[in-house]
Design a protein around this ligand. Structure first.
Ligand SMILES: Nc1ncnc2c1ncn2[C@@H]1O[C@H](COP(=O)(O)OP(=O)(O)OP(=O)(O)O)[C@@H](O)[C@H]1O
Ligand SMILES: [Mg+2]
Length: 420
């Protein structure tokens, strides 16, 4: 309003300077044409020169009492809210002195109904409010949509995890999003696969255990029954039967020991009693333990182990070596030899156990370290397939590794690496 009236003020000042009353009238009519605006120009005595509202203004005799005029005639600008000159409505007004070269030419007063102003204000407020509400709604909508698109896969994953938790292993999660959620889904799928295979292993293990336990027990039961039914009478037969019972019981006892060992190794419960071990001494013990077996099968052992000290649990390592020697003897023909060597290679002790037996078939090779895997089930004196599984776990618990190389018909070499 102020900018507006200042602009008009300039034009009016020009006209007044030239004493052009017609032009002043014209300006006032033009800019005060709107119903809501009243524009008035006074001379420097406070007498009305021109007004945009001539009908009403004719009734006013003293303009000096109208708010702002007095100030303007004292070369001060006044503005604010005041009652209309003749009406009773609130109006916003501005009164300015018309000055040229420091000389007061007159005064200009412009007023506008507050109602109009308020109406415009209301429009602005409603527009702002409307925009605000619209923005809030839009934001809500967008965030809802975002949250949904984020939470849907999370929900899916949650359900998937619940299914996994309730034992549905091996299911697959389908989530196609190239972000972290995708990674998570991949990891969950991997976990599911792993759990499925562990579950599979566990079932197979249980089946194997029960099968292996049942066989010797039913053998014992059958034999005892035969003894009771009269076989005792014949000393030759009863001896054979009792021997059979003894063998099966030993087998059972060994199997249970093996299972317990394996279980402990698997669960990581076994605390290795680490001590300094004199490697040739340990291997000597293992060979001595198998001496009778070797003599019975006319097998000899060639031992060549360097003076090496390693750190480890001697009883467990002894068991690992015995398991390997047991295999070597079992698969060797009579009158053959077993070579045992031990030497240092960098920071490792390497122990090789080589036999001249029948070797391992290619089809068996990848599986021999598995629990309960045995190559030829029909062989006499067969084991249950735990020997290598136990040996491997013991060696791995020592931070070492075991490998095998073999040639069918020529023999096998098991190589053990142990950190020094
Ligand atoms: N030195 C070897 N020569 C030929 N085959 C072998 C040799 N060592 C292991 N194998 C094969 O690997 C399989 C697994 O061996 P592992 O020692 O685990 O079981 P096992 O000897 O059959 O039974 P266990 O040791 O429990 O009495 C054997 O059944 C055999 O087929
Ligand atoms: Mg074995």
């Amino acid at each position: 309003m102020r900018n507006w009236s200042t602009a008009i003020n300039e034009s009016v000042a020009d006209a007044l300077e030239k004493n052009d009353r017609k032009r002043v009238e014209l300006i006032v009519q033009r800019y005060g044409a709107a119903e809501t605006i009243t524009l008035r120009v006074f001379n420097n005595k406070g007498q009305l020169l021109a007004t945009s509202n001539p009908q009403q203004d004719g009734q006013v005799t003293n303009w000096l009492v109208v708010t702002g005029i007095h100030a303007a005639l004292e070369k001060r600008e006044a503005q604010g809210v005041a009652k209309g000159v003749l009406s009773n409505d609130d109006r916003l007004f501005i009164a300015q002195p018309i000055v040229r070269d420091g000389q007061l030419l007159g005064a200009l007063r412009m007023s506008i109904t507050l109602q109009q102003f308020q109406r415009q204000f209301a429009i602005v407020i409603w527009t702002v409010l409307g925009t605000l509400v619209f923005t809030v709604l839009l934001c809500t909508f967008i965030s809802e949509w975002l949250a949904r698109s984020l939470s849907r896969p999370i929900q899916t994953m949650k359900n998937f995890a619940i299914r996994l938790g309730s034992g549905h292993f091996g299911d697959k999660l389908q989530i196609r999003q190239s972000n972290e959620l995708d990674q998570l889904a991949i990891e969950l799928n991997r976990m599911s696969e792993r759990l499925a295979s562990l579950d599979q292993e566990r079932r197979a293990f249980l089946a194997n255990v029960s099968h292996e336990l049942r066989t010797p027990i039913s053998n014992v039961l059958v034999t005892v029954e035969a003894l009771r039914n009269g076989a005792v009478a014949d000393p030759g037969v009863s001896d054979r039967f009792l021997k059979n019972v003894e063998d099966e019981s030993k087998r059972l006892s060994r199997l249970i020991d093996d299972l317990l060992n394996l279980g402990r190794l698997e669960a990581g419960v076994v605390l290795l009693e680490k001590q300094n071990i004199h490697l040739p001494g340990l291997i000597g013990r293992a060979v001595r333990a198998m001496e009778t077996r070797m003599q019975n099968s006319q097998i000899s052992a060639q031992v060549n182990v360097a003076e090496l000290q390693i750190q480890g649990d001697s009883e467990r390592l002894l068991q690992a070596f015995i398991n390997l020697l047991d295999n070597a003897i079992k698969h060797s023909a009579a009158n053959s030899q077993i070579f045992i060597a031990g030497y240092r290679e960098g920071k490792q002790a390497v122990i090789t156990i080589r036999d001249q037996g029948q070797g391992i078939k290619d089809s068996d090779l990848p599986r021999i370290f598995e629990q309960f895997y045995t190559g030829d089930r029909s062989r006499k004196g067969r084991g249950v397939g735990l020997g290598l599984a136990i040996a491997k776990r013991i060696i791995e618990a020592h931070g070492g590794s075991i490998t095998v190389s073999t040639k069918v018909g020529h023999g096998s070499t098991f190589t053990i690496y142990l950190p020094i």
